[in-house]
Design a binder for this molecule. Structure first.
Ligand SMILES: [Zn+2]
Length: 414
């Protein structure tokens, strides 16, 4: 099947010509083509360029879309989410608005453990239904690839239930889904006095099972004071690596935890959060080829400090931006909203923000060969927006500008 998008007012390709990600000044080069044509064949991009140069003969049944009023971007790659969960925490949001701190709410039984309680209690079918609806809504907002973590079970049965939901959605849903095992998201209440025993349980029991069933592409750890120390995180991640699973780390979110240094040393695929990363951490990420994933929606939602994006980009660390969609610290899966925050709070340019949410997000999932840019041979995930130009997307915020979502060459009907 052929699908031809012609007269695209502005096409943002984010072409990288074979590179896995963009770093430094390359992030500002997002490969814009005015009055463009894109030919899609069998779910992949076949031809991309200026209208005037298109000469390929089309088959009789080719579907042609006139996009003369539209701007096209690669589907967004949201490389860090916790979107499988039950319950919601608007009550805590209201408590924070009334002056309580995140810490005080957690001490009263709120916080992550309230989501753990609800997720443990939910049956798999209901958990899957909730998550599937969220994936539908993300597609409507221009996201076509998403990473999902476990981590609201914190005991074997519920962690595996979450991983099974993620993997079933991976097979059945239109969204491209990448599964991450985050058994070490927090110390479960049952292990409050004996955290090392939980680390042991994750390493010797859960990880081997997850590896045997091949249900996780990545293993992640929440490396932070009060959660998992650098030593405990290292133990879990080294075990995961020995089982053939790639590594991610929640690092330096609340304080300089040493997580980024560990990520670089272990050559983790990504280190995420980085609000409090120090110079040693930045050097380690650069040396390890580790993608720095920034989550400005969390800083915005919790009114915390933002990651030093400029320092990271200027140091040559590949920077990606993601939503961290979760019920506690960022109840939004709008990637354009994160781009707005990137521009207003992280001092990034609109071009850098686009590269961070597309190609560099794909790099944080080791998927740059398949998604993240509009280049011949890649999976045809492309989104058309009702906007005058690409800079408008982050500028006119809080509104969904999506006109058409094309996933693997298929126009999705909502
Ligand atoms: Zn997270």
């Amino acid at each position: 099947m052929q699908l031809l998008l012609k007269n695209i007012k502005q096409l943002v390709t984010v072409a990288s010509n074979g590179k896995q990600c963009k770093t430094g000044v390359e992030m500002r080069d997002i490969g814009v083509i005015e009055n463009a044509t894109v030919l899609i064949e069998d779910g992949h991009f076949r031809w991309i360029g200026a209208d005037a140069k298109f000469t390929t003969a089309l088959s009789d049944d080719a579907h042609i879309v006139d996009a003369s009023e539209l701007v096209a971007l690669p589907g967004f790659v949201d490389c860090h989410t916790h979107l499988v969960f039950a319950g919601s925490r608007e009550n805590e949001f209201a408590m924070r608005a009334a002056g309580k701190t995140y810490q005080q709410i957690a001490e009263q039984g709120g916080g992550i453990l309230s989501t753990v309680k609800a997720t443990r209690a939910a049956v798999k079918k209901d958990l899957k239904k909730l998550a599937s609806k969220r994936l539908d809504d993300m597609l409507k907002h221009g996201t076509t690839t998403v990473e999902i973590k476990s981590g609201y079970g914190l005991e074997e049965e519920s962690e595996i239930k979450m991983m099974d939901v993620i993997n079933e959605l991976r097979k059945e849903h239109y969204m491209t889904v990448m599964p991450t095992f985050l058994g070490a998201h927090a110390i479960p209440p049952e292990y409050k006095q004996k955290p090392d025993e939980y680390v042991e349980f994750v390493c010797e029991r859960m990880l081997p099972y997850v590896a045997k069933r091949k249900i996780a592409s990545f293993c992640d750890v929440f490396c932070e004071s009060g959660y998992f120390s650098v030593g405990q995180s290292r133990k879990i991640l080294e075990k995961a690596r020995s089982l053939g699973i790639d590594l991610k780390i929640h690092a330096d979110e609340l304080a300089p935890s040493g997580g980024s240094t560990l990520a670089g040393e272990l050559r983790a695929v990504s280190a995420d959060h980085l609000e409090h990363i120090n110079d040693a951490g930045i050097r380690a990420l650069k040396a390890g080829g580790t993608v720095g994933v920034l989550l400005p929606g969390v800083s915005f939602f919790l009114n915390h400090s933002y990651a030093p994006a400029r320092k990271l980009i200027d140091a040559g660390v590949p920077v990606a931006i993601s939503t961290d969609f979760n019920p506690g610290s960022c109840m939004s899966f709008s990637v354009p909203m994160m781009m707005t925050l990137a521009c207003t709070q992280l001092n990034m340019t609109p071009e850098e923000a686009i590269a961070a949410c597309t190609l560099n997000g794909a790099a944080a999932l080791k998927m740059s060969n398949t998604v993240g840019s509009i280049e011949t041979g890649k999976q045809a995930d492309i989104v058309l927006y009702d906007i005058p130009n690409y800079q408008y997307l982050a500028y006119h915020f809080g509104v969904n500008h999506v006109n058409t979502v094309i996933k693997r060459g298929v126009i999705l009907e909502f």
